[in-house]
Structure formats: C-alpha cells, structure tokens
Design a protein. Structure first.
Length: 289
C-alpha cells in the first residue's frame, strides 16, 4: 500500500468513531445523524466552490451515486437502530466488518484479485474485529434484531465503499459528495420524520439537539466530512478498495477505548489485546501487493 494512501486511511480511521460515539451518547440520535447529513452537503458545496470544481461532472457517474446513496441510507438507518439498543463497543465492530463484503463483491463482480498476504491480513483484521466485540456471557443471538441491524449496516457500508471507489476513478470527491447528499438529504429527512417516537414533533426530533449540544453537532459533521473526504481521496490516488476498507478498521480499537473509558463498557483488556492482532493484520496489508 502506498504510504500517502496509508496515511490518508489511518487519518480517516482516527476520526470515524467519533460520530458513532456521539450518536450513541445523544438524546436525539436521529437528529444528530441528520445534522451530519446536512453538513455533508454544505461542506461539499463550499469545497467545490473554493476549489473551482464543477459539481455537475458527477452526473457522469449517476448510477454509482444512486448505489452509494442506497448504501449510505442503509448504513445510517441501521447504525441508529443498532446503537439505540446495543453497546457501542459490541456492535460497532460488526457494523464495520465490511472488508469481507468488499472482497467478495469486488472479486465476483469487478474482477479484482488479491495476493495471499493481502487476504491473510484482511482475515486477521476480521478475526480481531469479531473477538473485539465478543465478551464472556454475551449472547448476540439473544437480541437478533439488533444483530440484524448491525449486519445491515455492514452491508450498507460495503456497498457504498465499492460504489465510491469506482466513482473516484473519474470524478472529484467533493463533486460526488455534493450530488450524493443533494439526493440523500431529503430522503433521510422524510425517513427520520416518519420513524420518530410517537408524540414528538418533527422539528423537535430533527433539530432540538442543535440547541442543547451545538458544539457536538458541529464537530460530528466536520469530522465525518473530513473522514469521508480522506477515504475518497485515497481511492482517487489508486488505493485498493479492499485494502483501504480493511486498514480503516483501525477505527475499531478506538471505538473500544471510547466505549470503555466514556461509556463504561466492560472487557477492556481483552479487547485491547485483540486490537494488537488487528494492528498486525493492518501491518501485513501495508506490505502486501
């Protein structure tokens, strides 16, 4: 893996868990999620304007925009549903286990091939990701609905990852993001409004959190945008889609630390040990071709 691509992906991974952490800890998780979505479109528009990028160029890859929007919708919906009932550090690794999905889809549908060392590194990452979420006495199947939502989040993230990587071969990241979120924002507004708790006014559901924790809402938006933009840039520079997706799993140990230190979730030492295994898998991917 190219060093610049690796730095971009690791920087993205360092930022990514913050959004899910704030969603889990917010009294209006759908409102915070919608705030992130709105900010994505605004930042992409400003970014395009500052750099003089024509956002209409993204129309050339509109099928990939639609596919990414579908994956993004599935991911956001499933993340909110999962974190409403499940522990952050248990279900986050499942939601982020998309490298397996990416490897299978890119090999079967896109003709990608991977070296043995690359596959071994990805396998180590996925193994560590599983055991990071395992804890003695925990029964994932005891809550099949939450587990299903976490798996759907993984599928959604894998789908948008493959679509994004393909799109970055021909368009600028900010143009792609602007078109994507112009499409995605109204759809998510309708969905979150329909799915709000009974008796809660729509405006309160979507926007009340801005008044209560405005700094959190702003930080969730800006860190999410920067994280996503870094990944798209890594794809634009030729980063292998499965390798990038796997290395980004570095966000999982960070989620374990956040879950243990701030959300008081258990089994920290065992999870940190598996984090080292995950790190080994990432190192193998770095040196694979």
């Amino acid at each position: 893996m190219d060093l610049i691509v690796a730095v971009l992906v690791l920087s993205s991974a360092a930022l990514h868990p913050l959004r899910e952490f704030w969603i889990k800890d917010d009294i209006y998780p759908e409102g915070l999620t919608f705030a992130v979505i709105i900010q994505f479109g605004l930042y992409a528009a400003l970014h395009s304007l500052v750099l003089g990028v024509d956002p209409t160029t993204a129309l050339a890859v509109w099928p990939l925009v639609l596919l990414s929007a579908f994956g993004l919708f599935l991911y956001f919906f499933s993340v909110v549903a999962t974190l409403r009932h499940g522990d952050f550090s248990i279900y986050y690794p499942i939601m982020r286990s998309s490298p397996l999905y990416v490897v299978v889809v890119s090999a079967l549908l896109l003709g990608e091939s991977y070296s043995v060392s690359m596959l071994a590194g990805i396998a180590l990452v996925l193994l560590a990701a599983f055991f990071l979420q395992y804890r003695r006495g925990a029964r994932l199947l005891a809550d099949p609905r939450t587990l299903a939502m976490a798996v759907l989040a993984m599928v959604g993230h894998g789908t948008l990852t493959v679509a994004d990587a393909q799109a970055m071969r021909s368009v600028e990241p900010m143009a792609f993001l602007l078109l994507l979120y112009l499409l995605f924002t109204p759809c998510s507004a309708v969905f979150f409004t329909v799915m709000r708790p009974r008796g809660r006014p729509p405006l309160q559901h979507l926007f009340a959190g801005w008044r209560i924790t405005p700094v959190r809402y702003f930080l969730a938006g800006i860190t999410s945008y920067v994280s996503y933009y870094l990944i798209l840039t890594a794809f634009q520079l030729g980063g292998n889609v499965a390798a990038v997706s796997a290395v980004r799993q570095v966000s999982i140990p960070l989620s374990v630390v956040l879950g243990g230190m701030y959300l008081k979730e258990a089994s920290m030492m065992v999870r940190l040990a598996w984090s080292m295994v995950l790190a080994l898998g990432v190192v193998i991917i770095f040196f694979s071709r």
